[in-house]
Design a protein around this ligand. Structure first.
Ligand code: B12
Length: 304
């Protein structure tokens, strides 16, 4: 019988997973068959083996179920917030940070700083902070979390992102990217996270924030000779502002590449001159930097 590759950590049998999580073996089998959590590897003989990260996913599944979520909904949340491959490598429990954030407790920031000392900040954002904010949204939408708790978490995450930006060395490249969320759209944390990714790639970022009139965005883009403008639209509340901003940017001479991102924007159809970025910050960063670098104004060479 061949064992699946266990990497450096031993794989668990279903009984061990049950012991570690307090969830009965029969329930684990049902969750797996119906909802895909946990997700086993199989030995050559077809027996289940679980990566250690599955412990966190099953515990999260149990917590959501105990909190009153239907199992299907709990599994959806677990899949969204605990991607299988990443959970095992996190040196902290994400739920601890989430609880501290929603209480407005500064210890959350200290835990996030500790994580950044061990992992790339990109991983901390992708695997911890963005999922926490999405979970905050789910819980708020279900009435399990108050607006005050969501605001507390947003404020702390915003201040932490600001501190991370201040730690980035000055940009090496002359490429400058303007980021903004148009009028009507107040969600800006995703855009701010993305700005940090871009800055860490060595580009200048002028982050204008949210709820901005199109003419102001276009004015700054022109004045700064931006290599590209990245507009974020999380909800349809910024739809009109987004279209207005794109029109104003299109009117600039010379033209500046325009990209859109964010949950709402990437699900709309845009004309060919608007680049639709991936929801992965890493992929979106690569696309946008490429776009902006190819466009960037060059300083004319001096003759004589
Ligand atoms: C914090 C928050 C707020 C804060 C924002 C504070 C701030 N400074 O940004 C405030 C209080 C302002 C707010 C207000 C509202 N919110 Co709100 N909010 C959230 C929450 C909890 C977190 C947002 C966040 O930072 N997410 C982190 C990012 C990284 O995650 P993400 O949005 O899923 O982004 C992914 C991709 O889209 C992409 N991405 C996102 N942005 C960008 C940008 C770039 C450039 C790139 C490349 C990629 C990218 O990366 C992520 C990885 O996949 C979300 C929940 C959620 N699911 O996100 C709700 C959520 C977005 N809000 C929601 C709602 C309904 C509202 C309000 C209408 C509530 C109300 N009745 O007032 C208002 C609208 C205000 C407005 N005019 O825009 C809904 C939207 C539903 C919908 N699809 O329309 C959500 C999904 C909550 C929910 N589950 O119902 N909100």
């Amino acid at each position: 019988m061949s064992e699946p590759d266990a990497g450096t950590e031993p794989l668990l049998r279903i009984g061990q997973l049950s012991e570690q999580t307090g969830v009965e073996v029969s329930t684990l089998r049902t969750w797996e068959a119906r909802y895909g959590v946990p997700s086993p590897l199989r030995t050559g003989g077809g027996q289940r083996r679980y990566e250690p990260g599955e412990i966190n996913r099953v515990r999260a599944m149990r917590r959501f179920s105990e909190a009153g979520y239907q199992a299907s909904e709990a599994a959806r949340l677990v899949k969204a917030t605990w991607p299988a491959a990443d959970a095992s490598s996190l040196p902290v429990d994400r739920n601890d940070i989430a609880s501290l954030l929603t209480e407005g407790d500064l210890d959350a920031l200290r835990m996030m700083d500790d994580l950044v000392a061990k992992l790339p900040v990109e991983d901390v954002i992708d695997d911890v902070i963005a999922p926490i904010m999405r979970e905050v949204g789910e819980r708020w939408a279900k009435g399990a979390l108050s607006v005050a708790e969501e605001h507390a978490a947003s404020a702390l995450v915003g201040s932490w992102l600001g501190a991370q930006v201040r730690g980035v060395p000055p940009p090496l490249s002359r490429t400058l990217i303007v980021t903004a969320a148009p009028q009507g759209e107040r969600h800006e944390l995703g855009l701010a996270m993305f700005g940090l990714f871009l800055r860490r790639q060595g580009v200048h970022v002028v982050h204008l924030g949210s709820d901005l009139p199109g003419q102001d965005i276009a004015l700054i883009a022109e004045r700064k000779k931006a290599g590209a403008v990245c507009l974020s639209g999380t909800t349809d509340l910024g739809a009109r502002g987004m279209r207005d901003t794109i029109e104003r940017l299109r009117a600039l001479e010379p033209r500046i590449p325009i990209a859109v991102a964010g949950e709402w924007a990437i699900n709309q159809s845009w004309s060919e001159d608007v680049a639709v970025l991936s929801s992965s910050f890493r992929e979106a960063g690569a696309t946008l930097i490429d776009l902006a670098t190819r466009h960037t104004y060059t300083v004319p060479a001096r003759s004589g």
